[in-house]
Design a protein around this ligand. Structure first.
Ligand SMILES: NC(=O)c1ccc[n+]([C@@H]2O[C@H](COP(=O)([O-])OP(=O)(O)OC[C@H]3O[C@@H](n4cnc5c(N)ncnc54)[C@H](OP(=O)(O)O)[C@@H]3O)[C@@H](O)[C@H]2O)c1
Length: 327
């Protein structure tokens, strides 16, 4: 592995730009190349973020011989295909959330990475942020006793973009529901819920808003929701038998935690992010590559597949099938 790990990025949209800014925080990372569907976008992005090479196709980027790792920043329906072209070209892959459109696609990506012995990780950046890691420690240290209830919502109001596009596997669940679901996963120490149930308001073939409840062995519950046309409060709560944790808003990029006992804040900690936060997941990828790992212990591939299974289960209950699944 070279001293500076050379990154490529597929796609030049919003999150690609944020990630490129995040990489700048890491002296051991170099944004080496970008691939776009259009030459002009690739050139412009490369110029803006100082990448040495710009490609007018994703395939050409994947085959750049000087790249160690490629970050996939395209819409959900392309995650599988784009990850596979990079893995086939021998590259490590960091793929945006949701990991794929469904669990079957996710499983295919995981099998391919494992067969070809290439690193693969879902870019669920929230899991790597200092405040979230600290909340996990608090739970592990028994500060709240036994987890009984988790509560979180991620809702915003907009009307344009890939989240509203059925052809891009849009809708609130896949776009932002993965964050409250991640909070529930953290709250219950990675345990899979025994029961998953929910309601959604579907419009134009996507879920505009949805609410779901997970039931865990032993009676724990997670009460979660997501929306793309309704703003919601955005703090997250994890309630235990002894105390509760408030993950200050917005919980998915929180920088502050409070431990609340009998309505009193008994502990408050601030955990500011360095950079824009996307640097943490990139740093984890590079740590894993240097250690010769094929997956991250923070978000193992099995976990990414499990989260997709939960999304599948909910969409199944709602009768929400995307065009690319309709065969
Ligand atoms: N981790 C996070 O915080 C976070 C935040 C936002 C989004 N995301 C995830 O990142 C992915 C991209 O989201 P985004 O907000 O960056 O989207 P975006 O701004 O629309 O950008 C997506 C990019 O993908 C490429 N693309 C290829 N086929 C496309 C198509 N049919 N429609 C639109 N774009 C297409 C385009 O790049 P080229 O034209 O250059 O090929 C486009 O700029 C999504 O899966 C989303 O869930 C993650």
């Amino acid at each position: 592995m070279p001293d500076r790990i050379r990154w490529g990025i597929i796609g030049t949209g919003d999150i690609a730009k944020k990630f490129a800014r995040g990489l700048k925080e890491l002296p051991e990372a170099e944004l080496h190349a970008v691939g776009s569907r259009r030459r002009e976008s690739a050139d412009e992005f490369a110029k803006q973020f100082g990448a040495a090479r710009a490609y007018p196709s994703y395939q050409e980027l994947a085959h750049d011989p000087d790249l160690e790792v490629i970050y996939i920043a395209t819409p959900h329906q392309l995650h599988r295909e784009n990850s596979l072209i990079c893995l086939k070209a021998g590259k490590a892959v960091l793929c945006e959330k949701p990991f794929a459109v469904n669990a079957s696609e996710a499983q295919e990506m995981v099998h391919f990475a494992s067969r070809s012995r290439k690193f693969l990780m879902e870019a669920m950046w929230m899991r790597f942020l200092p405040a979230i890691r600290r909340a996990q420690e608090w739970i592990g240290e028994g500060k709240i006793g036994e987890t009984r209830l988790a509560q979180a919502s991620f809702g915003y109001r907009d009307s344009v973009g890939i989240a509203y596009d059925r052809e891009c596997a849009g809708g609130s669940l896949l776009d932002v529901g993965v964050y409250p679901i991640t909070l529930a996963d953290i709250a219950f120490g990675g345990e899979m819920p025994e029961r998953v149930t929910g309601f959604a308001h579907l419009s134009k073939g996507i879920d505009e808003q949805a609410a779901y409840v997970f039931g865990y062995r032993g009676g724990g519950l997670a009460v979660l929701s997501s929306a793309i046309k309704t703003r919601t409060p955005s703090d997250g709560w994890i309630m235990g038998t002894e105390a509760m944790i408030k993950i200050h808003a917005p919980f998915w990029k929180s920088q502050e935690l409070s431990l609340v006992k009998e309505n009193e804040v008994v502990l408050n900690e601030k955990h500011p992010m360095i950079g824009n936060g996307y640097n943490y997941e990139a740093a984890e990828v590079m740590r894993c590559l240097r250690e010769g790992r094929l997956e991250s212990p923070v978000i193992p591939l099995e976990k990414s597949v499990q989260i997709m299974q939960i999304l599948d289960e909910l969409r199944d209950q709602w009768g929400l099938v995307y065009p690319m699944e309709d065969s």
